[in-house]
Design a protein around this ligand. Structure first.
Ligand SMILES: Cc1ncc(COP(=O)(O)O)c(C=O)c1O
Length: 427
């Protein structure tokens, strides 16, 4: 059991609240002027896109469509340069090294790459992995995949489960009980995609010690709160571009320099630093080869990557503190309004721990009506929320939660409308 569910020091201080001019921020998103009645509350799934991101996608397709890293003509070399500039920008955004940032197709790709490029080649017979089955399946299943691949090589790796505490962060006591000298990897979320809390990575690092490799799923934190690769002190950081205002089909994997030389690529192609010598594979790059050269191969998603650079500029210009403060304000406001509704049952998270801080996600259900039925009723009012398994294993069948996930473009008025419609459907 954790001491409390206090959100980590990454949370915004109260005096930063209301720094964001929400109306001006929202005006950057054409979807809202095209659909004035839309209330979009599914940003944990994917965010809406600002005009700068839309423009950059259109610009690639209509003005300078070519491949990068392949040819010597100007468009190609300019695109190669633009991708590397974007890499530098995104790496700086998370306070990491440019050469250790790999572009991926999204967080699922990144999390699978951790398991396959690190786990598969570094785990040994008898080693143990710690994970939480209530995390997103993209953070959980890749380790089972690697476990079965290793079993086929005669190496038996055990996966142990730590629990969610009733308030919604991890049960630190269960981690203390499970960690052993054979623990080699711990997979965890930075901010949980259903419970919406900061999952306390620094406390977990203190429990497991410096030698356990931590794979941190930052899908719900990058673009919502400051993510600092150096301060977080984990080996791997995975995130999605499309959950931070960029196009789908892009994401990132940040590899801490201290494990960079332990990475073994699992797919090779045109740009891979390998050649065939004496009819076998030989590493051909200099020792200065970067992690992304080892892992990225084939044509990358050029327009989506460039759009990620624009999204980072957009967030930086707005200010991550202002975004975070707006999100926290909305979360607390929503929670306060929801508590008045009859029959409400909160999932773990702010509704149970009652913190004065949040990251835009609240999950709940009602005793008198199914969450799925409610999503249909809300859809009829153009309010988009999500129900279902939320891509994670349910603790029990009653966990049929409706998830409201917001971003800084949402408003208190939208929250009021949601609560009003919920109230009128509760009978
Ligand atoms: C916590 C978490 N991890 C991983 C993912 C998968 O991300 P992607 O869709 O970018 O692969 C999601 C998506 O919802 C998520 O919320």
């Amino acid at each position: 059991m954790t001491d409390s569910c206090q959100l980590s020091p990454t949370g915004p201080s109260q005096d930063k609240k209301n720094l964001l001019d929400v109306a001006a921020f929202r005006a950057n998103f054409p979807i809202f002027s095209n659909h004035p009645d839309l209330i979009y509350f599914d940003s944990a799934s994917t965010t809406q896109k600002p005009q700068v991101v839309v423009d950059s996608l259109l610009d690639y397709f209509t003005n300078n469509c070519a491949n990068a890293g392949r040819a010597s003509y100007s468009w190609s070399t300019q695109l190669t340069r633009a991708i590397e500039e974007t890499r530098a920008k995104v790496a700086q955004f998370i306070n990491g090294e440019q050469k250790n940032l790999v572009f991926t197709s999204g967080a699922t790709d990144s999390l699978n790459l951790v398991a396959l490029t690190y786990g598969l080649s570094n785990l040994e017979d008898g080693d143990e992995i710690l994970l939480c089955p209530q995390d997103h399946k993209s953070a959980v299943l890749p380790w089972y995949n690697v476990q079965s691949m290793l079993a086929a090589q005669g190496k038996n790796v055990t996966i142990k489960h730590f629990a969610i505490h009733e308030v919604g962060d991890y049960d630190l006591r269960s981690i203390k009980e499970l960690v052993s000298p054979r623990t080699k990897v711990l997979a965890m979320a930075h901010i949980h995609h259903v419970f919406g809390l900061d999952m306390e990575v620094s406390k977990i690092r203190a429990i497991v010690g410096p030698d356990v490799v931590i794979s941190l799923d930052c899908s719900q934190s990058v673009g919502h709160t400051k993510v600092d690769a150096k301060a977080l002190d984990v080996e791997f950081i995975s995130f999605s571009g499309h959950k931070m205002f960029a196009a789908p089909g892009t994401g990132g994997l940040y590899v801490n320099p201290r494990v960079a030389d332990k990475i073994k690529p699992i797919r090779l192609g045109g740009q891979s630093p390998f050649e065939i010598k004496d009819n076998s594979l030989e590493f051909s790059a200099s020792s200065s080869s970067s992690v992304h050269q080892l892992i990225e191969c084939g044509t990358v998603n050029i327009p989506a990557i460039l759009s990620l650079g624009k999204a980072v500029d957009f967030i930086s210009t707005t200010g991550i503190d202002a975004i975070e403060a707006q999100l926290s304000d909305l979360t607390v406001y929503l929670w306060q309004k929801l508590t008045a509704l009859p029959g409400i049952v909160f999932a773990p998270g702010i509704g149970i721990c009652r913190c004065d801080n949040g990251f835009g996600i609240i999950s709940f259900r009602f005793e008198q009506i199914s969450s799925l039925d409610l999503t249909f009723m809300l859809d009829a009012e153009q309010i988009f929320v999500r129900a279902g398994d939320h891509c994670s294993q349910k603790n029990n069948e009653e966990d049929d939660y409706l998830r409201v996930s917001m971003h800084a473009y949402n408003t208190r008025e939208e929250v009021d409308q949601l609560v009003e419609i919920l109230e009128s459907n509760l009978g």
